[in-house]
Design a protein around this ligand. Structure first.
Ligand SMILES: *[C@@H]1O[C@H](CO)[C@@H](O)[C@H](O)[C@H]1NC(C)=O
Ligand SMILES: *[C@@H]1O[C@H](CO)[C@@H](O)[C@H](O)[C@H]1NC(C)=O
Ligand SMILES: *[C@@H]1O[C@H](CO)[C@@H](O)[C@H](O)[C@H]1NC(C)=O
Ligand SMILES: *[C@@H]1O[C@H](CO)[C@@H](O)[C@H](O)[C@H]1NC(C)=O
Length: 439
């Protein structure tokens, strides 16, 4: 692994200036966008009732689930793996499983139809991998395969975006009960599907490792501790059976990095007299620390876990972020029209490499399953999938304005990101097929 990394050679062949210039640009852009994307709405006063700070889930009698026949499943592709990376978007008459009114968990800024997005063509595409078929998401397959399990999404607002997509698809078949909520803006939540005793939770942890986020009262930049995981999720690992990690965009922001108790360097910290080291190496360290901790903590206790790492989700700013047409496309790119390159490719490569290293590390223990959820390329092809100006309700109700904020980072729900969960479920389904075959 790594032989084809686009990172290799780059650091050697580029001069230092060249290497760090992009970091400064990303930082400037990200300072401008920081509040917009990560706190786009005034933070709610804590009017929402806080559910008890309690991880235990009290089970009411769970109605037994109908037995699922696998005969149907065996007619489809029964290979154990498929490369979902390469493929193309093809028209799909069927459209999404859910809509923004049937699912109560969609973050306002991503509920595009409710906010008046007029074009709906972006809902009628499906990802067709070159190697295999990707079946439509079937909530009952998910319930069957994950019954009595706890699935946790850990990461930044992309993790949340993916989690909400999954919940909306599952809610078409069974009602999730919100059993826990904590943190401003719903950063920590947990649901329980009583019908199958499935717990799904989301943990806000934009660096995976311990960090202090830039705030009005705290530091003016992020602080990251590259060698210890964020205990908000780390402490709960014993109760997690499947974990999906998803990070990336927060690493672009100005930050000071610590390791082993001393300063490792910083990213875009003028005036602080620390060495600029960019963010790639620190993101790599954070992923390494997270994967190593998950594997070794579970393994040491003789427990198993399934681990996914969702790869970097590209943004699509064609124009200026505060002009109406920031991501105006209403159709996917055609094959070959858009190449995976630059930062998107570099971020993904780090994730693919670190997952490869973690898989090797996990071999010392029984039953660990790790997979990259490689969504970078397929998402790159979907400039039409973002909320754009519809991050706010009816942005053009009073005529087209000169300046309007756009979200070309997150994904409309329903939409492109539903495909990520379609792949997630398909990988789990193939794992289960494989283990039944090995029995
Ligand atoms: C996969 O399915 C085909 C037919 O559906 C069958 O002939 C083949 O033996 C199966 N392969 C495995 C490994 O089970
Ligand atoms: C959303 O889905 C529900 C249930 O399928 C349906 O009754 C409703 O009309 C849909 N709403 C819209 C706006 O499509
Ligand atoms: C419900 O699921 C949890 C894991 O999330 C498990 O610990 C517990 O034993 C399950 N309960 C039953 C009754 O199977
Ligand atoms: C910046 O750091 C260097 C090396 O640690 C030190 O020699 C220098 O005095 C520092 N400059 C300021 C302004 O603190």
């Amino acid at each position: 692994m790594g032989a084809t990394s686009p990172l290799k050679g780059q650091s050697q062949s580029h001069s230092l200036t060249k290497k760090f210039l992009p970091y400064a640009l990303y930082a400037l852009l990200s300072i401008a966008l920081f509040r917009l994307y990560f706190h786009p709405f005034p933070l709610p006063q804590s009017t929402t009732e806080q559910l008890p700070h309690n991880n235990r889930i009290i089970l009411t009698t769970s109605s037994s689930s109908p037995p699922i026949s696998f005969s149907e499943e065996e007619e489809v592709d029964n290979e154990t793996t498929c490369d979902y990376t390469n493929g193309r978007w093809v028209h799909d008459k069927m459209g999404p499983l859910y809509n923004g009114t049937t699912c109560g968990t969609i973050k306002d800024g991503q509920n595009c139809i409710l906010h008046g997005r007029p074009d709906l063509g972006y809902l009628y595409w499906k990802w067709q991998p070159s190697q295999c078929k990707l079946p439509r998401f079937d909530p009952n397959t998910f319930f069957h395969l994950l019954s009595n399990k706890h699935l946790a999404f850990v990461g930044d607002s992309m993790a949340r975006n993916q989690l909400e997509s999954l919940l909306c698809m599952l809610a078409t078949a069974s009602n999730p009960n919100l059993v826990y909520r904590d943190g401003e803006d719903n950063k920590f939540r947990r649901w329980h599907f009583a019908s199958h005793n499935i717990t799904i939770s989301v943990y806000w942890s934009p660096f995976l490792v311990r960090g202090v986020e830039k705030s009005k009262t705290g530091p003016d930049h992020n602080e990251l501790f590259a060698d210890s995981v964020d205990e908000r999720w780390g402490a709960d690992l014993d109760h997690i059976d499947l974990i999906v990690l998803s990070i990336g965009h927060w690493f672009l922001h100005p930050a000071v990095y610590y390791e082993g108790g001393s300063v490792l360097g910083c990213h875009y910290c003028p005036g602080l007299n620390y060495t600029e080291i960019g963010f790639y190496d620190v993101m790599r360290k954070a992923i390494k620390t997270a994967l190593k901790t998950i594997i070794e903590k579970k393994g040491a206790n003789g427990n198993r876990i399934d681990v996914f790492l969702t790869t970097f989700s590209p943004s699509h700013f064609d124009g200026e972020w505060d002009k109406a047409g920031a991501c105006p496309k209403t159709k996917p790119y055609k094959e070959g029209e858009k190449m995976l390159e630059g930062m998107d490719a570099d971020m993904r490569a780090i994730e693919v490499e670190e997952m490869g290293a973690a898989k090797a590390n996990a071999k010392q223990f029984e039953g660990m399953r790790l997979e990259i959820l490689d969504v970078t390329k397929l998402s790159l092809m979907r400039p039409d999938g973002h909320p754009g100006p519809y991050m706010y309700p009816f942005p053009f109700a009073n005529g087209v304005r000169e300046r309007v904020q756009n979200d070309c980072v997150h994904w409309c729900l329903p939409g492109t990101i539903d495909t990520w969960n379609q792949i997630l479920l398909e990988v789990i389904r193939r794992w289960s097929f494989q283990s039944r075959r090995e029995e």
